[in-house]
Design a protein around this ligand. Structure first.
Ligand SMILES: [Zn+2]
Length: 62
């Protein structure tokens, strides 16, 4: 089941794509939703903080 997101500005469906992020010198890929019209990327705060703490704990292990 997929939840479709709609851009507030353009009222079009956001498309999913894989984006690369870098944080604290580590890079990782994650799927994000992006508006094909204005290029606005929609990231849920939960997703971002979840991934960030994952990366942080990875680094602490070393
Ligand atoms: Zn848009």
């Amino acid at each position: 089941m997929e939840e479709k997101l709609i851009c507030d500005k353009c009222k079009v469906e956001l498309e999913e794509l894989e984006a690369q992020f870098s944080y604290l010198g580590k890079s990782f890929r994650h799927k994000v939703s992006r508006c094909p019209m204005c290029g606005q990327i929609c990231l849920s705060e939960e997703l971002v903080t979840g991934r960030m703490s994952e990366v942080e704990s990875m680094m602490e292990d070393k």
